[in-house]
Design a protein around this ligand. Structure first.
Ligand SMILES: Nc1ncnc2c1ncn2[C@@H]1O[C@H](COP(=O)(O)OP(=O)(O)OP(=O)(O)O)[C@@H](O)[C@H]1O
Length: 609
């Protein structure tokens, strides 16, 4: 069997590189030596099973014949980029059934992509960019697990195939001759993935698609269609009028009953001033000097209270001002809606209106007060909160410098986010979380919804964690993927997982979906294939960040996102590990700097001599 594989591979190389002169004996690729020792081949450690063939940039100028290659049945990575290979990709490529990475970029390949290629179900990454491929793009819908498809700078024609584009970590078909409407990208992928392609139209491109012309044949039906459409409009109009009438009657009734004022405060998500007014002046009580409580009694029962917590900056904040101030919608997340509220004489505020949270008012008040008692400079403290039977609001100071999510994935290219800053951010967040966990463990108050949109940069551009304790991981929907334990109920363990995902985001620069499960799974799979350097953010690689140190941080991240909660370290341990890494990083930097200094001094001395 192994002789057969060896013979096939020698044939394969013979076709790749018909010019024997190019190869010397050190390459191997002959019938007498062990293929695992041949140039470009990597086997499973301690076994003759071939896993990777990487023959990049070797000046190979023949053709690619998978019929011979695929006799190496367990091959997972094939990379022939940067050669001078011609011809097409034969359909026999589908015999390489375990292939996960296929890199054929920067060659002279031509012809159409065989349908069979996308049928390799294990394929995750395809790079066929910078070739002369023609015909239609392959049917990407055939492989729902593909993560990257790079086919820019070819001559593909026709329309984009239907598939779920949102799942792609990398997708590029720019500089081809594609045409037609771009399918729904679910807000993912930018213009760079598509431009230039003169015939493409629709979002995210600036040119919208022309409306389809009604054919002559259909023109008779047109008048009937139009009649039906107008009839539909008339019916809709009637419904709207009825709905508005009903609303007016309801509102009048409600006004008579004196509503719970709070319901109207922040009101609709418009960017305008709230129009609602408090119908009855509330009574204000000040207690304990620096802590004020604003109370009003709802007609519907129990007391509703705006509690202003210990903070001088907003000690004069009162509910009435909050109701009347202009509010601007910042976002509508899974856990509620966030508004920026601007009140004269006060710093801008961010008010979170929490979505249906099955926590009693008493529990909510108790949690907020406990959180207020535990202060850390990297955790954004709530300034005030309000809670009635229907509403729960938490007031924070608005942070002007954006979030970690924006910094990593935003469109601005102005800010660089280098390795040192990323590591510092990780250290600050881990330290702050470890501190909060230590203080609030007995109360069972973890963050519960940690993600990169909740890591904000304050006015000194220091990272701070917002929305601590606003959610409890109760039904753990976020974490119920088969990848992690179904029985995950420990919200502290869920915080460790979420922190691991943030580390992965920092290292890979990739966005997170499905609570990070997809990203964690992808990183696990790449690392398993010993293809680790693939995961790192290109910006870090081009900055020259040390791969060894990135791998060390990656290892911590992987511990945090362990599928089994019991195997995840506590945040205290995580903070210790990340800190040690940072100290190591600083030490290496100092020694690198001093050796550069010594080297330049020595060369200076030599020049003077
Ligand atoms: N205090 C704040 N100051 C400035 N921006 C903030 C503040 N809090 C949150 N943001 C930003 O406002 C946007 C909307 O916040 P929101 O909390 O609604 O998003 P989210 O975290 O995705 O929601 P959720 O946690 O409910 O799923 C986010 O981009 C977030 O980074």
């Amino acid at each position: 069997e192994s002789d057969r594989v060896r013979r096939s591979l020698v044939e394969f190389m013979g076709k790749l590189s018909p010019d024997d002169a190019l190869r010397d004996d050190s390459w191997g690729w002959n019938l007498t030596s062990d293929p695992c020792a041949w140039r470009g081949i990597a086997c499973n450690p301690g076994s003759p099973v071939i896993r990777k063939i990487v023959l990049d940039g070797l000046g190979l100028s023949g053709i690619f014949d998978p019929e011979f290659l695929c006799s190496a049945r367990s091959l997972v990575v094939l990379s022939l980029s940067g050669n001078n290979l011609g011809g097409g990709i034969p359909r026999e490529i589908s015999n390489c059934k375990h292939l996960t990475h296929l890199y054929l970029s920067n060659n002279r390949f031509s012809g159409e992509i065989p349908v069979s290629m996308l049928k390799i179900s294990s394929l995750r990454r395809i790079n066929i960019s910078n070739n002369n491929f023609t015909g239609k793009l392959p049917d990407l819908g055939e492989n729902p697990d593909l993560l990257s498809f790079l086919a820019q700078n070819n001559h593909f024609i026709g329309s984009l195939p239907e598939t779920d584009y949102a799942r792609y970590e990398e997708f590029n078909v720019s500089n081809n001759n594609l045409s037609g409407q771009i399918p729904d990208l679910k807000g993912r992928l930018g213009v760079d993935s598509f431009l230039p392609n003169p015939g493409l139209c629709g979002k995210p491109l600036p040119n919208s698609c022309p409306p389809p012309l009604p054919s002559r044949k259909k023109s008779k039906e047109w008048s009937t269609d139009r009649f039906l459409i107008y009839l539909g409009y008339a019916f809709l109009g009637l419904l709207v009028v009825l709905f508005i009438g009903l609303k007016v009657v309801c509102l009048r009734k409600r006004r008579n009953r004196v509503v719970d004022d709070e319901k109207n405060i922040i009101g609709e998500e418009s960017t305008t001033t709230s129009k609602s007014r408090v119908t009855r002046p509330p009574s204000v009580e000040f207690k304990n000097g620096d802590k004020s409580e604003y109370s009003m009694t709802s007609m519907e029962g129990g007391p509703s209270t705006l509690v202003v917590l210990n903070d001088r900056a907003v000690k004069d904040l009162n509910f009435d001002d909050l109701l009347r101030a202009p509010a601007e919608l910042l976002g509508r997340g899974k856990h509620g809606t966030l508004y920026k509220v601007m009140i004269d004489g006060l710093a801008d505020l961010a008010v979170k209106r929490i979505k249906e949270w099955g926590v009693s008012s008493e529990d909510f008040q108790w949690r907020m007060k406990r959180i207020d008692q535990v202060k850390h400079p990297n955790v954004l403290a709530p300034l005030a909160f309000y809670c009635s039977r229907q509403e729960k609001l938490v007031v924070y100071e608005f942070q002007p410098n954006g979030s970690l999510f924006k910094l990593l994935h935003g469109s601005s290219n102005e800010q660089t986010f280098d390795w040192g800053t990323r590591l510092n951010t990780a250290v600050s967040i881990a330290g702050a979380l470890a501190f909060m966990h230590g203080k609030l463990r007995e109360d069972g108050i973890a963050h519960g919804g940690l993600k990169s949109t909740n890591i904000l940069f304050d006015r000194n551009v220091d990272p701070c964690i917002s929305e601590y304790g606003l959610m409890m991981v109760e039904n753990t929907q976020d974490y119920s993927s088969s990848f992690i334990s179904q029985t995950e109920t420990d919200s502290f363990g869920a915080d460790t997982y979420a922190f691991g995902v943030i580390l992965l985001e920092l290292l890979t620069g990739k966005t997170v979906e499905n609570s990070g499960v997809d990203l964690a799974r992808w990183v696990h799979s790449v690392v398993r294939e010993e293809w680790t350097s693939e995961v790192f953010d290109r910006a870090l690689i081009s900055e020259g960040a040390s791969e060894e140190r990135m791998v060390n941080l990656l290892q911590i991240a992987l511990k945090c996102v362990s599928p089994s909660p019991s195997e995840r370290p506590s945040l205290r341990d995580v903070a210790t590990m990340v800190n040690a890494l940072k100290e190591d990083d600083e030490r290496s930097m100092v020694s690198e700097l001093s050796s550069t200094f010594l080297a330049s001094k020595e060369s200076g001395n030599q020049q003077t001599a």
